[in-house]
Design a protein around this ligand. Structure first.
Ligand SMILES: NC(=O)c1ccc[n+]([C@@H]2O[C@H](COP(=O)([O-])OP(=O)(O)OC[C@H]3O[C@@H](n4cnc5c(N)ncnc54)[C@H](O)[C@@H]3O)[C@@H](O)[C@H]2O)c1
Length: 371
């Protein structure tokens, strides 16, 4: 038995999920990950931890797990060096894991599998829910996957938690600043109304509505965190910062939406993970916490900064048609996190340097960028 007990982290093979798993293990938790291994997941993200994988053993309600990357992203198949253990008996696998010296057990399944989620709730002390579809552009093309992952997936997770744990334990929902919509002046505190303006944000806001209703109706001990825009190693190459870095490294045009003057607040992924774990450990149930920073800048400024760090010319910037409904600005007040003793620690230049190094090392061979 670990001093800090067992945590269920959904979406743990993704970007922020993997940073959160790592931070939880560092703090002495043992972690069960449930991840559907979508295109955005990468088992490499957890490879440095002593982790066990088991194959999809349970129903995938909406779609089969896809093991292969698309659009030039490297293969995502767990390698032979992982302890890859097909099993159709999740209970005995979980019990074996809890008897072992492994830090992490990864179950390749959708959180939509309600029976699986109920079974896992018997073994964990708390849940951090990050599983989601996360690329706004994709949600504008077609939001079905977002409705499934965010709404059905979250419902399955929170209802399994309520039925098994009642009002004991802790459940942290990782939401986003985007649920508040555009903030043109000043910054929004945790009481601001939900005003989602794109399908991704609407799906995330739906999670918050369910969470609020469960707190009110059943007293479920849920805490909501809303991080601002995160960047750092392990983010999927379709996202803005990796795209800037990878395109610049291979001297390809860097697409910038509209006039590039949309403003975002940036925060390094590790700082977000520390904030999520601080909220898990010290946050109040039924409270919302904004995980923000003071690094606000226009998208164009961010591109210029990265180009300068890489010694690449600004002529690589290519303005492209803006995406529909593109929010001009997000900005959060985060005094509540400060009161909890948290603040971001990584200066932007340092965070960008680490991020650039990660993508440079990982994709040094240009061919692997666009396989
Ligand atoms: N990255 C950011 O800047 C940011 C900012 C604020 C909030 N968030 C929130 O943080 C969470 C994680 O974001 P991210 O950027 O790490 O995302 P990501 O796309 O990198 O990872 C998402 C992970 O969830 C998994 N997943 C998707 N659907 C699933 C399902 N049905 N069942 C189980 N697993 C599933 C994917 O396989 C992937 O591993 C999301 O909830 C997102 O809304 C992210």
């Amino acid at each position: 038995m670990r001093p800090n007990g067992t945590l269920l982290i959904t979406g743990g093979l993704g970007f922020l999920g993997s940073w959160t798993v790592e931070e939880a293990v560092r703090r002495g938790y043992r972690v069960i990950v449930v991840d559907a291994l979508t295109y955005a997941a990468n088992p490499d993200n957890l490879r440095e931890l002593r982790a066990g994988f088991i194959a999809p053993t349970v129903r995938h309600i909406w779609s089969p797990v896809r093991y292969e990357g698309e659009r030039g992203i490297p293969l995502l198949r767990p390698s032979d060096s992982d302890r890859f253990e097909p099993s159709d008996d999740v209970r005995s696998t979980v019990e074996k894991f809890l008897d072992s010296d492994l830090d992490v057990l990864t179950l390749l399944s959708s959180v939509e599998d309600y029976d699986l989620m109920k079974l896992l709730m018997e073994y964990v002390d708390g849940v951090i829910h990050l599983a989601a579809e996360t690329h706004v552009d994709r949600s504008i093309e077609d939001a079905w996957d977002f409705v499934r992952a965010e709404i059905l997936g979250f419902y399955s997770s929170i209802d399994a938690f309520r039925r098994v744990k009642g009002t004991s334990g802790k459940f942290v929902l990782v939401s986003t600043d985007e649920v508040l919509g555009e903030i043109m002046e000043g910054a929004a505190d945790e009481s601001a109304p939900l005003m989602p303006r794109n399908p991704y944000a609407a799906a995330k806001a739906s999670q918050e509505h369910f969470a609020q209703s469960y707190m009110n109706t059943y007293g479920t001990p849920i805490t909501i965190v809303r991080p601002t825009n995160a960047y750092g190693p392990r983010q999927h190459p379709e996202k803005f910062v990796p795209k800037i870095i990878l395109n610049a490294l291979s001297d390809e045009p860097i697409p910038v939406y509209g006039d590039g003057r949309q403003r975002r607040v940036w925060i390094y992924a590790e700082d977000v993970a520390v904030g999520i774990m601080d909220v898990y450990e010290r946050g109040n149930p039924h409270e919302i916490y904004h995980i923000g920073s003071d690094d606000e800048m226009e998208n164009l400024e961010l591109v210029r900064r990265i180009l300068a760090m890489l010694g690449k010319p600004e002529s690589l910037i290519k303005f492209v048609e803006d995406r529909p409904g593109h929010d001009r600005r997000y900005a959060l007040r985060w005094e509540r996190m400060r009161a909890l003793g948290w603040s971001p620690k990584t200066p932007m230049d340092e965070g960008l340097r680490r991020t650039i190094n990660y993508y440079r090392e990982r994709y040094a061979d240009g061919s692997s960028i666009r396989r």
